[in-house]
Design a protein around this ligand. Structure first.
Ligand SMILES: C[S@@+](CC[C@H](N)C(=O)[O-])C[C@H]1O[C@@H](n2cnc3c(N)ncnc32)[C@H](O)[C@@H]1O
Length: 254
């Protein structure tokens, strides 16, 4: 069994697929809501810096951390090769230490927040992120909600290319336990550089819209400014409902 996040080149190519809208959304939100010449942005669980690197190029002052040392080494090498600077360190999303009131904004998309498997960890994460933000600081949180009719074993496939490397990805939901609030996902990566494929299986915490709303109310450190869907269209906020599948919340520190 492989760990998708310990294959940073393949992860980075695979998950950079169709990220144009996601990146444009982050740039626009931070430019619009974070004042100052070079807003300070925090990315918990930054991985390979898929989004962070282009944000640094745009002029944001970025800090990121992750638990996966292989991904962090990949990111540090990429920064060095491109003569870019960022503050990168190893830490846990549920228990990390940064200076209070330091950041103008933070972001965590593509279900990364759902890696926190317990309610306590999720609460702790939101509270710590909020402390790290300045007054009225912004947190963008993007995650899938459980659809009304979840389809097991349905495979989502996509192909990504960078230079001579082609990565074919296939993601399957193997199990969904609504009581335990666990989703088990399998990601299969095939590349043109290796004969063997890489299989990674991992669990995420599940959220209905009600459960997510309850968590935000309970922690009461953020207010929801607006919500968006998978199209990341800042000019088109949506009203989430029980049929919503991907939610992007634009949160503001209370
Ligand atoms: C889907 S990837 C997202 C990476 C990056 N944020 C992006 O958008 O491409 C999830 C990342 O979360 C990291 N991760 C999972 N649990 C974590 C935790 N408790 N603390 C810090 N990082 C964690 C993994 O190592 C992985 O890099």
């Amino acid at each position: 069994m492989d760990d998708l996040y310990s294959l940073p080149t393949y992860y980075d190519v695979s998950f950079s697929h169709e990220m144009r809208e996601e990146l444009a959304f982050l740039k626009n939100v931070f430019s619009q809501y974070c004042k100052g010449v070079r807003p300070k942005i925090l990315e918990p669980a930054c991985g390979t810096g898929r989004l962070m690197v282009p944000l640094i190029r745009t002029g944001f002052d970025c800090t990121g951390f992750d638990l996966n040392e292989t991904a962090l080494t990949y990111l540090k090498d990429k920064l060095e090769r491109n003569q870019l600077k960022a503050n990168i360190f190893n830490a846990d999303m549920a228990d990390f230490h940064v200076k209070d009131n330091k950041y103008d904004g933070a972001f965590c998309t593509v279900d990364t927040f759902r890696h926190l498997l317990s309610e306590k960890q999720a609460e702790q994460h939101l509270i710590t992120i909020s402390k790290a933000l300045k007054k009225n600081g912004i947190y963008i949180l993007g995650l899938h909600l459980i659809p009304e009719k979840a389809v097991l074993n349905k495979v989502t496939r996509w192909t990504s290319r960078r230079g001579r490397l082609t990565v074919k990805s296939a993601m399957t939901m193997l199990e969904l336990d609504k009581m335990k609030r666990r989703e088990t996902l399998k990601v299969l990566l095939n590349t043109n550089s290796e004969k063997e494929s890489h299989t990674s299986i991992y669990q995420l915490r599940t959220y209905t819209l009600k459960q997510l709303t309850k968590l935000l109310k309970k922690t009461s450190v953020f207010e929801v400014v607006n919500a968006y869907d998978e199209y990341y269209d800042l000019s088109n906020p949506v009203i989430l409902n029980s049929k919503s599948e991907y939610a992007v919340l634009l949160l503001r520190k209370i």
